[in-house]
Design a protein around this ligand. Structure first.
Ligand code: HH2
Length: 346
């Protein structure tokens, strides 16, 4: 597992300003959130927690790399958390199954999300909920391509797929970003396709590469470290095949082969993922753990819980929030940002 530095003791607003100036803190990925403490981990062994000023010299390069700004992902603004609106063109998604199954409805929903302030639209044609039945790339393309073609005229679109054929066709139809829940492992031709295409890519963690069986693989000794190590390996593989780190975003895969405890640990320890030198995506919206914590069975009624999870993620450095309830998330983020900064936006 080699070395990890886990940022802890996050501060924002005027406190962060003073702590940064006095050298008590460093900015997480060069942004508005600063960290004053770190946990050092070597080969899975916890070497302890301490203030950044006491980090041993041979860890300094890695420590200061965490403070560097990462490349703007897909040319989008790097200075605030971005909102990615989910457009599921599926009959069976756990979150909104059937609502946007007809292309016209999906296009209308995408436009409404843009009007509400979405920065990116994530279009998918295959449900990846635990135990979902897979579909063929042909079926998937028939569902998503008319929607991608139309919405890509209005906004940056990401294509949520595990199939290289769908990636290629969607990029051709105007999508700019590939979002693969299998981190380009499900389809053996996906890596080379993304490398050739120049498209930015979101690499998500799931154990195995099959939603049908992933919940049976939800076993980790230290979930945050293991998921971060997996993503670091995938970044290295992508880089070796010609996809530079600036084109990669990482996602811990909330709900994908994870228990409630795993999901909560991943959100709490999200700053660890910022150390990978890529933008961090968080997709917690409407997921089962929110239902479990709140007692709300109906996924569409989990808006308030989803907002709480989105803000918890933003406070820990998530830079892209994948959500179903765009207007509500945009409003919550605007108020949260001003409160964290301690002042109204310029
Ligand atoms: N979650 C889902 C699908 N794609 N992609 C990323 N990067 N991160 C996520 O957390 C993520 C994702 C599952 O949510 P949803 O699309 O609403 O449901 P379904 O897979 O049932 O269509």
């Amino acid at each position: 597992m080699a070395r990890f530095i886990e940022p802890l003791g996050l501060v924002t607003g005027p406190v962060a300003f003073h702590a940064l100036r006095e050298g008590y803190a460093l900015p997480l990925q060069g942004g508005d959130i600063a960290f004053a403490f770190v946990r050092l981990v070597e080969d899975g062994e916890d070497l302890g927690v301490g203030p950044i000023r006491e980090v041993p010299e041979d860890w300094h390069d890695a420590l200061h790399a965490i403070a560097e700004r990462v490349a703007p992902f897909a040319g989008l603004p790097p200075d605030r958390p971005l909102v990615m609106g989910v457009v599921n063109v599926t009959p069976d998604s756990f979150s909104d199954g059937g609502r946007h199954f007809a292309a016209g409805q999906a296009i209308e929903a995408g436009h409404a999300m843009l009007a509400a302030g979405a920065d990116i639209l994530d279009i998918g044609g295959e449900s990846t909920r635990p135990g979902a039945a897979p579909i063929t790339a042909e079926e998937e393309m028939a569902r998503v391509l008319p929607v991608v073609r139309e919405l890509a005229k209005a906004a940056p679109v990401s294509i949520d797929t595990r199939h290289a054929a769908t990636m290629a066709a969607a990029l051709e139809a105007g999508a700019e970003i590939v979002n693969d829940v299998s981190a380009l492992r499900h389809d053996p031709t996906a890596l080379a396709l993304v490398a050739r295409s120049n498209a930015p890519v979101i690499l998500m963690h799931m154990p195995g590469d099959d939603p049908a069986t992933m919940q049976g693989l939800a076993e980790y000794r230290d979930v945050a470290l293991e998921v971060a190590a997996f993503l670091r390996d995938r970044i290295a593989t992508c880089e070796a095949l010609g996809i530079p780190r600036g084109r990669i975003a990482v996602d811990p895969g909330i709900g994908f082969g994870k228990t409630l405890a795993h999901n909560l640990a991943l959100i709490d320890r999200l700053p660890l993922f910022a150390t990978l030198g890529c933008r961090v995506v968080l997709g917690a919206s409407r997921k089962r753990f929110i239902g479990t914590l709140s007692g709300v069975e109906e996924a569409g009624s989990r808006v308030s819980g989803s907002l709480a999870a989105a803000l918890a993620g933003a406070a820990r450095g998530a830079s892209i929030l994948r959500v179903h309830d765009v207007a509500e998330t945009v409003q919550a983020l605007a108020v949260w940002r001003a409160c964290m900064a301690g002042r109204a936006p310029d």
